[in-house]
Ligand binder design. Sequence first.
Ligand code: PMV
Length: 313
Amino acid sequence: MKNASGESFAKIILIGEHAVVYGQPAIALPVKSIRLTATLTADSDQRIQSSFYAGSLHGAANTNFAGIADLISALLKHFHASKQGFLLTIDSALPPERGMGSSAACATAVVRAFYAAFDAPLSRAQLLEWTATSEHAIHGNPSGLDAATTSADRPQWFVKGQAPVPIQFPKNGTLVIADTGIAGQTKIAVASVADHLATDPAQTDASIEAIGMATVFAAKALAEDDLLALGEQMDQAQTQLKALGVSNEALDRLIQSAKQNGALGAKLTGSGQGGCMIALATDPTHAAHIRRALRDAGATATWQYDFGEERTN
Ligand code: PMV
């Protein structure tokens, strides 16, 4: 094994979360300014150093890191190197449990680092297979959207069970991302939608379908460079996410503040019940104004993502 590293990005779901678990499409984008790096160096023990977990590989069982630790053990087995000593250092700028895909980003970077360390070629399909296994262990019933996006370098159109398709974003438009500061657990939020479906199937099905429709119209708006229409679809999706019970007071407050400050659309992003929201601004100056308003309304951190940046990448 040689020293090597792997990288991945934060992800933002533009539209389609939760409905994507039930076969509807979603649009998500990697945020390349917020990254995670996994670095492997030779060591006599099998050790991990990260903000998620620090200690021996063996000691990670029954911790929040158990899913990634299982992935590491499986990778070592795959390379016939179960006894191989290593130090795995994970540097992450992604806030955990905020709907930015930190667990999928971590799995992606770890798989890339091990493949690089063993000088093995890694196809995108293989990468997604590895990350799907670890995301299943961590989240229960994930759609695969997080893994597909944190490992991508372009926005993605995603349908569960199908290969993700890169999509072109317009030249203009800026997304503001704001953190409520409240941890949201994907597994719990996804389970709460499943509960809604069991108790009120007609209404819940209607919401899931409406989110799917909003996603289709959002893709059309992106293709036509129509930010107003995109904003409307984001608002539509938020109405339905609220009906599914995955918004909360902190998210609602930030969404309302963004709209009052001229956002073309605003919604939660990721699994909700905490985590982050996104707002669509016309340009970077408008976005800066919305960011200030969101901080005043209680956001603990804000970021900005210019659509034009993607075009040049
Ligand atoms: O909160 P996150 O970033 O893990 O996003 C989850 C997205 C969901 O649609 C709610 C679940 C999924 O697996 O797609």
